[in-house]
Design a protein around this ligand. Structure first.
Ligand SMILES: [Zn+2]
Length: 226
């Protein structure tokens, strides 16, 4: 215990040296917010965390953008345990992205979620950057996937300019990521085995705080092909 305390002390000392008082105060503020939040929940539901610690049984998998303004549980008014979440820049479902495909497999095969939601948002910085030809470094490799979506819809997008063009690509991107999801081995095998699983596509309007369904949901291979 003494060794653990000494190690903890060393870590705090290192944090103070490396990041300064300001960073430490920011962290203290976050920890204080967490403590207040946990105490509030425990007061309302004394067994909430102990029950949650035993297992998770979410019905939904959410694939959304990393954008800080699209905070999954917050905008859906959900509690911890209700949503399995994967977020990346511009809510992409890329077949050789081991992180996303592993999340989908675990959600479908182990957690047995009944719904997968792909959610984009208007004004997505990742989508806007993909339309802008300026090189940004490493992230260009990721943004190229959105460029591929834009190429699939060149005719429609060529008639638009500025923000309407970005926002339409945000919508088309959600639909194409739904298509990618519908072609993923985990989803196909769930459908083939008769497991109930529906893929949804939503878009979030930042300046209104509201979600809208973009296209009909898909619950089977035959619906995917229509
Ligand atoms: Zn975004």
């Amino acid at each position: 215990m003494a060794i653990q305390n000494a190690a903890r002390g060393n870590r705090v000392a290192y944090a103070e040296t490396a990041f300064g008082d300001s960073a430490l105060n920011d962290l203290k503020d976050l920890i204080a917010r967490n403590t207040a939040w946990a105490n509030k929940i425990k007061k309302q539901q004394p067994n909430f965390f102990s029950q949650l610690a035993e297992e998770q049984r979410p019905e939904y998998l959410w694939i959304g953008c990393s954008d800080s303004r699209v905070s999954t549980e917050r905008i859906l008014d959900l509690q911890p345990g209700e949503m399995f979440v994967h977020r990346n820049i511009a809510n992409l479902v890329v077949h050789d992205d081991l992180s996303c495909t592993s999340v989908v497999q675990y959600a479908v095969e182990v957690l047995k979620v009944r719904h997968i939601i792909v959610c984009g948002h208007y004004g997505c910085g990742g989508v806007a950057a993909a339309l802008n030809e300026q090189p940004l470094g490493l992230i260009d490799n990721w943004l190229r996937h959105i460029g591929d979506v834009a190429r699939l819809h060149t005719d429609e997008l060529s008639r638009l300019q500025g923000q309407p063009k970005v926002d339409r690509l945000c919508e088309l991107n959600v639909i194409e990521q739904m298509n990618n999801l519908c072609a993923s081995p985990s989803v196909l095998s769930a459908w083939e085995s008769g497991s109930p699983l529906t893929i949804h596509g939503l878009i979030y309007q930042l300046d209104q705080g509201v979600l809208r369904q973009l296209t009909p949901s898909v619950s089977s291979l035959s619906e995917r092909n229509t």
